[in-house]
Design a binder for this molecule. Structure first.
Ligand SMILES: Cc1cc2nc3c(=O)[nH]c(=O)nc-3n(C[C@H](O)[C@H](O)[C@H](O)COP(=O)(O)OP(=O)(O)OC[C@H]3O[C@@H](n4cnc5c(N)ncnc54)[C@H](O)[C@@H]3O)c2cc1C
Length: 311
């Protein structure tokens, strides 16, 4: 029959096994190891420069160069920063994925051969920096960048302090902090439609954090859409896709259309909204942009509610 699965990040092993059978073994993850994500507008572009290592490969990177003194200051802050206490089961879960502070504790120069290696990142005609922290574009709109290789157990306040020691990130606004925790979630772009139905079985919906989102309101929002759609298909109507220009719809759209290769759960974000069209080439400021999104969103949802008659 019609079923909504919303058993959350700590879904039990037997239920996870059933979900794995429904979705395929590559489509279910059991933990999250995410590097912090930074809002691009908060990166000091007079310091951070765009370049791919050896000018090769795909992707859009920004590079924050460090002198030896800057690196040493960052390094000492990192190894002494406060960490979140790990649970027993997490110790085995993360064996294959070393947090940056742990890597740093293995030796003062270890990071220079790992996430902060400077080779291939000298600006043309300039000397190679002592260390380079790379940021990789994280969303299609190019408004978010993740700190490459910065998976971490640091507390959120410690992350903020340490990241702001990186040249170019002194005023960094962190859109999502790095986390390494147990989290059961599906690779949504592979398995879910924007209606929260499984692509392989439209009678089954996955909602909440298990669908690849994060947060209280996001989970409630996904449950609302899944619930409305479950009721609709029970009555023989088509399921609804919420407009992408609303927060509810932008989240569903992100799940259904993000890149499955490096899919990561995310809180709902203005970067998920479709870009606004410029009026007479006038640049729309961030505050105004967000209030336009909010207004459009409410009017689209009201229209949809009236059209399809739900509360
Ligand atoms: C410490 C911590 C702090 C957080 N702080 C915030 C915050 O400040 N703001 C924010 O927005 N988000 C926060 N979050 C994230 C937020 O809690 C989750 O994103 C959200 O609760 C996920 O909702 P959910 O309904 O998908 O899962 P859950 O809240 O985990 O709910 C799933 C429910 O399903 C039940 N269940 C599981 N299996 C079965 C089964 N087989 N049969 C029946 N029931 C079952 C579980 O018992 C549970 O009640 C925090 C998370 C943590 C861990």
């Amino acid at each position: 029959g019609i079923t909504i699965i919303a058993s959350g990040p700590l879904t039990s092993e037997p239920l996870a096994e059933t979900i794995r059978q429904l979705t395929g073994s590559d489509a279910l993850f059991f933990y999250d190891a995410v590097a912090p994500i930074i809002e691009v507008d908060s990166i000091d572009r007079s310091i951070a420069y765009p370049m791919n290592r050896y000018q090769k490969g795909e992707g859009a990177y920004l590079n924050c160069p460090m002198t030896q003194a800057e690196y040493e200051r960052f390094y000492h802050a990192l190894i002494h920063a406060e960490c979140v206490e790990q649970k027993e089961f997490e110790l085995t879960l993360f064996e294959g994925c070393l947090p940056i502070e742990e890597m740093a504790r293995r030796g003062e120069k270890t990071l220079l051969y790992g996430p902060l290696k400077p080779v291939g990142l000298a600006k043309p005609g300039e000397a190679r920096p002592y260390a380079v922290c790379q940021l990789r574009q994280d969303d299609l709109a190019g408004s978010l960048y993740n700190l490459v290789g910065f998976q971490t157990h640091l507390t959120f306040s410690a992350q903020k302090q340490v990241i702001r020691l990186i040249p170019g990130l002194e005023n960094a606004v962190i859109s999502r902090y790095g986390v390494m925790h147990r989290n059961t979630f599906v690779n949504a772009p592979l398995v879910l439609k924007a209606t929260y139905q499984l692509k392989t079985n439209p009678q089954i919906f996955i909602a909440g954090q298990l669908s690849g989102i994060e947060g209280y309101v996001e989970s409630i929002g996904s449950g609302l859409i899944a619930g409305i759609n479950a009721a609709r298909i029970a009555r023989g109507s088509d399921p609804l896709i919420f407009p992408q220009a609303s927060a509810l719809g932008s989240q569903a759209h992100y799940l259904a259309s993000a890149s499955p290769r490096d899919f990561q759960p995310h809180n709902v974000n203005f970067a998920f909204f479709p870009e606004l069209e410029k009026e007479n080439d006038r640049k729309i400021g961030k505050k105004e942009r967000r209030s336009i999104f909010a207004r459009n969103s409410l009017s689209l949802l009201k229209k949809m509610q009236e059209e399809h008659q739900f509360d």
